[in-house]
Design a protein around this ligand. Structure first.
Ligand code: BG6
Ligand code: MG
Length: 212
């Protein structure tokens, strides 16, 4: 029986994945590094520094650790500029309805995100108090595809991984969920991942799985 649902944030609860793309694209253009949507999909679920390393694979010169730290800060400042414009109006009403329905039925809900900006986003969307637990980039040493963030979320919920569904838009997130012993439900880019247990065309599809 499903007792909990752990949601990834960027690209699952909200469209901040697009802001990540725009910020990385601006950085890549500034540095003259090729960057497209396909490369961007490799960054889903991956930490900020690991994302930068993936982008720099296409650079024609090497970067010092100091330069990398400054590029990551530059990207984060651009990204946080987009986050500042977010309000509760940016939350899809179907997402909110899905979260409330799960809670009404006694299913516990959590966020499991690699992002260190998680709490800013949830606050701006007005849903920080809706979740029973939040595990984010500040709680972990290893980002997805390591299962750590989902294991932390399950522990905070007081639930076993096998009784929780993870909802993810990242291949790295589906791998993390499976490695952690969770049921993996894919949405967005991750629906192409053959390792997903379920495919969701919209977030509310998780209700029929969780409440079955
Ligand atoms: C994940 C995103 O949720 O968070 C990644 O899918 C991002 O693209 C990662 O790199 C880290 O985010 P932040 O906000 O800490 O830079
Ligand atoms: Mg995501």
């Amino acid at each position: 029986m499903v007792q909990g649902v752990i949601f990834d944030l960027d690209g699952v609860i909200c469209s901040t994945d697009e802001f990540h793309y725009l910020a990385w694209k601006a950085l890549a253009d500034k540095e003259g590094i090729p960057f497209d949507r396909e490369t961007n999909n490799l960054l889903r679920g991956v930490s900020r520094m690991a994302s930068l390393e993936i982008i720099l694979r296409k650079a024609t010169r090497s970067y010092s650790e100091e330069e990398k730290a400054s590029l990551a800060d530059y990207k984060n400042e651009l990204y946080r500029g987009y986050l500042k414009q977010m309000t509760p109006a940016d939350l899809d009403p179907n997402v909110l309805k899905t979260l409330h329905t799960l809670k009404e039925k006694g299913v516990r809900i959590a966020i499991g995100s690699s992002s260190k900006n998680t709490k800013t986003i949830l606050t701006n969307l007005g849903i920080i108090d809706v979740f029973d637990a939040i595990a984010d980039g500040n709680d972990i040493h290893h980002s997805k595809p390591d299962p750590e963030v989902f294991l932390v979320a399950a522990k905070k919920l007081g639930l076993e991984p096998s009784s929780c569904i993870v909802v993810e838009d990242a291949f790295a997130g589906i791998e993390a969920a499976k490695r952690g012993g969770f049921v993996a439900a894919a949405i967005g880019d991750a629906i192409k991942d053959p390792d997903a247990d379920y495919v969701l065309s919209t977030l509310s599809d998780v209700l029929s799985i969780a409440l079955a």
